[in-house]
Design a protein around this ligand. Structure first.
Ligand code: NAI
Ligand code: MG
Length: 502
């Protein structure tokens, strides 16, 4: 954190990319905001400006939605053969692999995540998502349905369903996995033959812009993917409310998720949401602690705790509580903080000053309410948005740090006595239901817990395992619908029943 020595040198292509004016992609053309306004993008490790991007607003939203509408209603994309579409989607994945290092550098610089993580997880998972979705383009099938219509006993029918693209999609994504969230969103849009206006997060617009270039290079026709950079209220809100949009897909805070639903209500757009979490991670006293301790640490500290599925409530059975808390604390203390582009960094800065302030407020409230920090509990240094990995004990279920999503490297450790209804009640005692973890060597107990946890994902003896084939999403206020797997295709398809009188 002292100076920029030892950082990965940015490639010539990344430097060139950063030096070019950043515009919005609308109808296949790169356009400045209609207002001419731009805003700054920061390096979260030092607060310096690394790029200026277009500040898109309602006028840009109108143009982008019109372009997506035209591409859907008249363009080649929804009419192209599924195999031809699939090949283009596959090519996007190939090009992401080809530009892996550049994309990882951009992501690390813009978001602050360690370059090694960007390389091994974000970029590779994004490429894989497109290649997984490429295969679905040719496998979107309806059914034939035998009819028994009681009032036409003598008629014969051929009845079947067609799956058709829902139309023009508006997508709004956050900053924690900028490239990967764009991939999760765009992959199924392309596979189903929809067209889209994607608004990337104002904190981290760069990898999305680069991805849009890659999609053009792969052969996605003009107007199919339109990409806007801008703020939530001035760009996201008019996009979510736009009357020419058929469907909205949002990832971000639960608070804004509710605004999206209201914005979509007037004309009853289809909506899917991937929102917050306060996920329980449960360590039983029979667990292999060599697995459970690092597992519990990475459940919360991965991506600096800026994960909607972070294992932020760590329940540990009494017999092993001290040992697990001690082990996680030891790992937390040893985590090397630094800029994402330092190859030795294990945890980077939080994404923004705002996020630093939010997490700092929680740490302050926690300490005022009597929580004790085994380690961490404060900001690190004066430069950049670094927060120390923090393990809180002596918490109770009424505290803000216990109930609310902190979205930083802060875990509350909670002891429990028995694996019983009371444990299940406490684990499920949250407005959220995104993910959960169970560490146990007893396969029966682990499965019974997995079945009773009200969460969209349960990881057993692992955490934060993602795969393009595995559906992801929330129960309760963690969201509507699923990302990834074949389930995500449902978000972008209509079902048409065709009934033919033979
Ligand atoms: P946010 O929900 O405000 O932002 C996410 C996206 O929504 C961004 O693209 C933003 O521009 C857009 N947006 C904001 N207001 C909007 C509006 N009125 N209409 C349409 N779009 C709008 O999240 P933010 O402010 O970045 O973070 C706040 C908290 O949200 C975090 O502390 C964390 O708890 C949670 N969060 C959850 C995420 C998840 O993956 N589920 C990701 C990011 C944040
Ligand atoms: Mg916000």
């Amino acid at each position: 954190m002292d100076g920029d020595k030892g950082l990965v040198a940015l490639s010539a292509t990344v430097k060139h990319f950063l030096s070019q004016p950043k515009k919005a992609l609308i109808g296949g053309k790169w356009l400045a905001a209609q207002s001419g306004k731009t805003f700054d993008v920061h390096d979260p490790s030092n607060g310096q400006v690394i790029a200026k991007v277009a500040a898109c607003e309602k006028a840009d939203v109108d143009l982008a939605v019109a372009a997506a509408r035209k591409a859907f209603d008249q363009g080649p994309w929804p009419r192209m053969s599924p195999a031809a579409r699939g090949k283009i989607i596959w090519k996007i994945g190939e090009l992401i692999y080809h530009h892996l290092e550049d994309l990882a550098q951009l992501e690390s610089l813009d978001n602050g995540k360690p370059i090694a993580v960007a390389r091994a997880a974000d970029v590779v998972l994004a490429a894989d998502l497109f290649q997984y979705m490429a295969g679905w383009a040719t496998k979107i099938e309806g059914h034939t349905i035998p009819l028994s219509v009681p009032y036409t006993p003598d008629a014969e029918y051929h009845a079947f369903t067609r799956r058709e693209p829902v139309g023009v999609v508006a997508q709004i994504i956050p900053w924690n996995f900028p490239l990967l969230m764009a991939a999760w969103k765009l992959g199924p849009v392309l596979a189903t033959g929809c067209t889209v206006v994607l608004k990337v997060a104002e904190e981290t617009p760069l990898s999305g812009l680069r991805l849009a270039e890659i999609c053009q290079e792969a052969g996605v026709p003009d107007g199919v993917i339109n990409l806007l950079t801008g703020f939530g209220e001035t760009c996201g809100a008019p996009l979510a409310a736009h009357p020419q949009v058929n469907k909205v897909a949002f990832t971000g805070s639960t608070e804004v998720g509710k605004l999206i639903v209201r914005a979509a209500a007037d004309d009853l757009k289809k909506v899917t949401l991937e929102l917050g979490g306060k996920s329980p991670n449960i360590v039983l006293d029979d667990a292999d602690l060599e697995l459970a301790i690092p597992g519990a640490a990475s459940a919360i500290f991965f991506n600096h705790g800026q994960c909607c599925c972070a294992g932020s409530r760590l329940f540990v059975q009494e017999k092993v509580y001290d040992k697990v808390v001690e082990g996680v604390t030891k790992i937390a203390k040893a985590i090397k903080l630094g800029p994402g582009l330092d190859p030795n960094t294990e945890m980077g800065p939080l994404v923004s000053q705002l996020q630093l302030d939010r997490v700092s407020n929680y740490l302050q409230w926690g300490s005022e309410e009597g929580a004790k920090a085994m380690t961490g509990g404060k900001r690190r240094g004066e430069r950049g948005y670094f927060v120390e990995p923090t393990v809180l004990v002596n918490t109770h279920a009424d505290m803000k740090v216990y109930r609310e999503e902190i979205f930083g490297p802060v875990v509350v450790a909670i002891p429990f006595k028995e694996v019983d209804d009371e444990l299940i009640r406490r684990a499920n005692d949250s407005v959220y239901g995104l993910a959960a973890g169970v560490f146990s060597a007893n396969i029966g107990k682990a499965h019974r817990l997995a079945a009773r946890l009200r969460a969209g994902t349960v990881w057993v003896n692992c955490y934060n395992i993602f795969d393009a084939a595995l559906p992801f999403g929330g129960y309760k206020q963690s969201g509507w619908g699923r990302e990834m797997g074949h389930q995500v295709l449902e978000n972008y398809l209509e079902t048409k029943a065709v009934c033919v009188n033979l």
